[in-house]
Design a protein. Structure first.
Length: 525
């Protein structure tokens, strides 16, 4: 072979592998150095291309920015690698920040989800339903508290009421205002002449159209010449009159006093003409008012009652009196025993019961066809409460002379006395008495309930009442309602009261129940 020297290549010459396949160390070191230089070049190119904005956890991972390793295995922190090392730390900080934010977001989602679950669950306690996958399902509802009544479900006023001394003839009726009827006698469904009791409607309508303030005389009414001229013929007919003259100026109040005390028939026509324009129009108004008040057996044909075709019944007249007596000016007039008016002077009330035995009105009446009549009102106190007795007596026999109404007035006074003694006041329950309990499952003790004020009844012995505890357990009430009729009589509801709360005939009283506390305990502030 030629001994000429062989030219060596520029690239490193690989050594033949020894028995275990490893390369010689000089060539291995040289390979590592070349590889490191190549990695540094590639990494620099990546940084230049991506820029600072792309240095995040998805690009700069440990493989992309791995530091060179020295021969002893330690990281190479030489100056030429400082730029690479800083970029790696920046990427690590970003990865940590992303993980923290992700954790906080997940925590917020959990908190919001738990709050929503609790809201749905609490709503379901009341509705008993919820939804799952769009379908309703039942959620167990805690047992509701139970209201248990412990007072008797009925109450009857004990005792027996005394009988009413009804007249043997004619018809009569009596009731206690706001309490109920105490009964009737005679053919109260048959209309009969009522004489001057009809003037009650006349006064009621005039005051409804021309109200009077307390102590006010009201407008002046001029007496016409034709009205004054009729005085002589009316007197010869035996009518009840007061003196008048043409052109006289009489106040509304004076005219009403002459009408209701002296029972002046001539003044009834004057008031009717003044109020409605004519007597006939006023009579039409009287019948319209009777219809509104439910006086189904009443017909008016004149404003004074002198005409026997003016008819009514005792119960119908009681309806009128109850309404008319609500006017203070009406009460003040019919409650007078005497009055002074122009021309006639002093006049007296034909109702001699006024001012005695609690009688406060209202109107007498008498004619041959009607007999003796009286519509009356009287006050009484029962159980600390002021009550008003209203009654009517029609068709009674007439006496002689000045005592022509004696029998009628006597019968009325006896009915008033019987009405007073027929009413009693009894207590259904008082403060401190257990009326009901509220039972709550899972609680050892029940909540005891009672009333804050005594619940009392003013009524007629024998009247029955229904007693019911009702309402939500959080706001329970005691209701007392009249039922049935008094044995041997008509419906007499009585008055149920609790403190200042009271109701009238046929209605129910609702009283709030309150917790009862142990002796010495007080309500929580």
């Amino acid at each position: 072979m030629d001994s000429t020297a062989v030219e060596q290549p520029d690239t490193p010459v690989e050594r033949a592998s020894d028995g275990d396949g490893e390369q010689s160390r000089p060539e291995q070191d040289q390979g590592k150095q070349s590889q490191g230089e190549q990695d540094q070049g590639d990494s620099g190119q990546k940084r230049a291309a991506l820029g600072d904005a792309a240095l995040d956890a998805t690009v700069l991972d440990d493989a992309a920015l791995d530091e060179p390793v020295r021969d002893d295995g330690a990281r190479d922190r030489s100056p030429q690698n400082s730029q690479n090392y800083g970029a790696r730390d920046h990427a690590a900080d970003r990865r940590l920040g992303v993980r923290v934010i992700a954790f906080l977001l997940a925590l917020c989602v959990l908190v919001i989800g738990w709050a929503a679950f609790r809201a749905v669950r609490e709503h379901s306690v009341f509705t008993g339903t919820a939804t799952h996958s769009g379908k309703p399902f039942r959620i167990p509802v805690p047992p509701a508290p139970t209201l248990v009544q412990q007072i008797s479900a009925s109450f009857t006023i004990p005792g027996a009421a005394p009988g009413i001394p009804w007249p043997g003839i004619g018809q009569a009726a009596v009731e206690i205002e706001g309490v109920g009827s105490l009964g009737t006698s005679g053919s109260v469904g048959t209309p009969v002449p009522i004489a001057s009791v009809a003037k009650t409607m006349t006064a009621y309508l005039v005051l409804a159209d021309h109200p009077l303030a307390d102590g006010d005389a009201g407008p002046a009414i001029t007496v016409r010449a034709s009205e004054a001229a009729a005085y002589g013929s009316e007197l010869r007919q035996g009518q009840s009159l007061v003196k008048i003259y043409a052109g006289e100026q009489i106040s509304e109040r004076d005219a009403l006093e002459a009408l209701m005390l002296a029972s002046a028939d001539n003044v009834a026509k004057i008031l009717a003409r003044w109020d409605a324009g004519s007597v006939s129009d006023f009579v039409a108004s009287m019948n319209q008012a009777a219809k509104r008040l439910g006086m189904t057996h009443t017909t008016y044909t004149d404003p004074s009652g002198l005409d026997p075709s003016t008819v009514s019944t005792a119960p119908d007249q009681i309806k009128l009196a109850e309404t008319a007596m609500q006017s203070a000016s009406f009460r003040s007039i019919v409650g007078l025993r005497t009055a002074d008016i122009p021309v006639e002077g002093t006049i007296k009330n034909f109702n001699q019961l006024v001012g005695e035995n609690g009688v406060i009105g209202v109107k007498t009446g008498s004619t041959d066809s009607a007999g003796g009549c009286l519509l009356f009102a009287a006050t009484m106190t029962v159980g600390g409460r002021d009550e008003t007795v209203i009654g009517a007596v029609l068709g009674q026999p007439l006496g002689a002379g000045d005592d022509f109404l004696g029998s009628t007035l006597y019968i009325a006074s006896k009915i008033i006395d019987a009405a007073r003694s027929s009413m009693v006041t009894v207590t259904i329950t008082a403060p401190g008495t257990q009326v009901a309990v509220v039972q709550r499952p899972g609680e050892a003790a029940d909540t005891r309930l009672g009333v804050a004020s005594a619940v009392t009844i003013t009524g007629k012995p024998g009247q029955a009442y229904r007693v019911v505890v009702s309402g939500d357990p959080s706001a329970p009430t005691l209701e007392v309602t009249p039922i049935g009729t008094v044995p041997g009589g008509t419906v007499s509801a009585g008055t149920v009261s609790a403190g200042t709360v009271s109701t009238g005939s046929g209605s129910a009283t609702s009283v709030s129940l309150v917790p009862l506390f142990a002796r010495g305990a007080t309500a929580a502030e």
